[in-house]
Design a protein around this ligand. Structure first.
Ligand SMILES: Cc1cc2nc3c(=O)[nH]c(=O)nc-3n(C[C@H](O)[C@H](O)[C@H](O)COP(=O)(O)OP(=O)(O)OC[C@H]3O[C@@H](n4cnc5c(N)ncnc54)[C@H](O)[C@@H]3O)c2cc1C
Length: 564
């Protein structure tokens, strides 16, 4: 017999993007909700993400003067993320605006469309340059009071001055504080706020991107009275006949059963950290990394499979990828830095394989970049980002900030983060790359840069490419000759930030068994649910978007279902 305080309408496993949303929506619709989290903090990978959701046709965009239609989005998806059965994608598109409005009207979650945030396949018909991508509005972590400590911190490498978050809009003023009065004022405000924060908090409390979204969800959950338990270890789902009625877990060192009258939601963030299932993602010979939260070890998938759930494993790609550079820290830990949009598209950088040859349009999306890497033999080598000293000082590279001093560079060269040489041939030799290939690649790239047209891969040919280039460089914001010694090379490896394959569900997140029939009382969302894009990445926000929208739908389904 378990105590009545362990009986809820809704039990959610995993306090990341999908789980926090499902729990919050359930509570707002009148359900009693418990949220079980394995680690000591909420937020999961969402906390370290850019916090962008891809929601076509939203009223938020309409009100900001960036209208875009669902019909166009349907056509765009058909070309950029084609799937045999479009029903889940259609449900996603139809529910997006409703889910965003529900969160904005009933909770502290707020979104805004950045003025420009192009779809990733921007050369395809019906792509947009902005309006579909919405980002979380910055959040003041002080509003969480003592619960601020329960929010998973952002990636250390994305913070400066011992814990100040830097959003995309902060970067230009920070790089050129004296370029205008507005820049100067922005920087002074950031610094004053951060200085004050550090008197009272271990890190900055001005939260942006995914951290802001997680903070907004946490504040809303606390106010909605959702019970949150930390350090919970779930062992198995409880069933009565076909129906899942709760979960067995160890919480606070005590074995217990949580009963869920309406349903149990699995939202444990996919299987990035499950080494055996991970072997299905990449050639085990290939050195690969993960950017997902350390708690995401595939628990939800295992729990579901044990009660007969269907694993949907045949996707175009089984994970979502970013190229990442790796730095060994003095304490022996490794920093994994994702190259999302700050360096690859800028003019004066190429990526080559061990043959010294380019294999990709470097300015394409992070996911497409890695897919090209994986297709480029030999699969066991990293790709090398090659640039000259002008590039490094103008734009930085990975963990190297622009205008980094000689001392900092010397340190990074010494610890092996990057390599450098006065001549390209010596650089090729130092990194074990074919020297003739590298020399020919740079020669062709430099000739194309003068003409402004990348004849090999079309770098700078799309709206998305140019968005991340340097607008001061004409005619092509993504091309500039690589000429000024010393030359630099930085190795990048595939790092997944989300898994795509997962549990098969219907359009309300109900888990399907191997016959395709819903298992009563069991739901999955976020990366535990098989991605509706099936490993394609049509635009910014295609894992957080579905996490929120199917989290919303699952909770709404349970709220509408008769109690039993
Ligand atoms: C640098 C970076 C940038 C990104 N930017 C974006 C972006 O802008 N847009 C986008 O769409 N995606 C982005 N992503 C990916 C996105 O953050 C994830 O896909 C998303 O957070 C997945 O949501 P989730 O709820 O499935 O998992 P998570 O948010 O990772 O949450 C899972 C939670 O479940 C917990 N958990 C795991 N196992 C258990 C268990 N057994 N019991 C209880 N709790 C458990 C985990 O500890 C974690 O707290 C980015 C990722 C990275 C790394």
């Amino acid at each position: 017999m378990s105590a009545p305080e362990n009986t809820f309408d809704l039990c959610v496993v995993g306090a990341g993007a999908a789980g926090m949303t499902a729990a919050l929506v359930g509570a707002k619709l009148g359900l009693s909700v418990i949220l079980l989290e394995k680690t000591q903090t909420v937020g999961g990978t969402m906390s370290t993400s850019a916090g962008t959701v891809w929601v076509p046709g939203s009223s938020v965009a309409q009100e900001a003067g960036m209208p875009n239609t669902l019909d166009d989005a349907v056509r765009y998806l058909a070309a950029s993320a084609p799937v045999a059965d479009r029903s889940l994608q259609d449900t996603y598109l139809r529910t997006g605006d409703e889910a965003v409005n529900f969160l904005q009207d009933n909770t502290h979650v707020r979104f805004l469309p950045p003025a420009r945030h192009p779809d990733y396949q921007s050369a395809l018909p019906h792509a947009t340059a902005g309006g579909r991508a919405l980002t979380a509005v910055p959040f003041d972590g002080r509003r969480l009071g003592r619960h601020f400590a329960r929010l998973r911190p952002p990636i250390k490498e994305f913070m400066v001055l011992g814990g100040m978050m830097v959003g995309k809009d902060d970067i230009p003023p920070l790089l050129a504080p004296f370029a205008s009065y507005a820049n100067f004022r922005h920087v002074i405000r950031l610094l004053l706020r951060h200085g004050r924060d550090r008197l009272f908090h271990p890190r900055g409390t001005r939260l942006v991107m995914g951290s802001a979204l997680a903070g907004r969800l946490l504040l809303s959950l606390l106010e909605a009275g959702v019970t949150i338990r930390f350090g919970v270890n779930c062992s198995s789902l409880v069933t009565e006949g076909e129906r899942v009625t709760g979960i067995e877990c160890n919480a606070d060192g005590v074995e217990q059963v949580i009963h869920a009258r309406r349903g149990t939601v699995l939202a444990t963030g996919g299987f990035s950290g499950d080494q055996s299932r991970r072997a299905s993602l990449v050639d085990p010979q290939l050195r690969s990394y993960t950017l997902a939260a350390p708690g995401n070890t595939g628990d939800g998938l295992r729990l579901a499979e044990r009660v007969g759930a269907q694993f949907d494993g045949e996707h175009d790609n089984r994970a979502y990828w970013m190229p990442a550079s790796i730095m060994m820290q003095p304490d022996g830990t490794q920093s994994v830095f994702p190259h999302i949009m700050l360096d690859r598209a800028k003019p004066g950088l190429i990526a080559v394989g061990s043959d010294g040859r380019r294999f990709v349009n470097e300015a394409d999306s992070y996911h497409d970049f890695v897919l090209a890497m994986l297709a480029n033999a030999p699969r066991t080598s990293p790709a090398w980002l090659i640039c000259d000293s002008d590039f490094l000082s103008s734009y930085g590279l990975g963990m190297i900030y622009p205008k980094s001093g000689r001392r900092k560079l010397k340190k990074l060269l010494k610890n092996g983060y990057l390599a450098s040489a006065e001549k390209l041939g010596d650089l090729a030799h130092a990194i074990g790359v074919d020297a003739t290939g590298l020399s020919e690649s740079v020669t062709l790239h430099n000739r194309d840069s003068e003409a402004g047209v990348d004849s090999a891969f079309g770098k700078g040919s799309t709206i998305y490419n140019r968005h991340n280039g340097d607008p001061r460089r004409t005619p092509n914001p993504c091309l500039r000759p690589i000429v000024k010694a010393p030359f630099f090379a930085l190795p990048v490896y595939p790092a997944d930030f989300a898994t795509s394959t997962g549990i098969a569900t219907d359009s309300d997140g109900r888990v399907l068994n191997i016959e395709g029939v819903a298992i009563p009382g069991l739901f999955a969302c976020g990366n535990d649910m098989a991605s509706i894009m099936r490993g394609r990445s049509p635009g910014p926000g295609v894992t957080l978007g579905p996490a929120l929208i199917f989290g919303y739908r699952a909770a709404r389904f349970m709220a509408n279902a008769a109690a039993n």
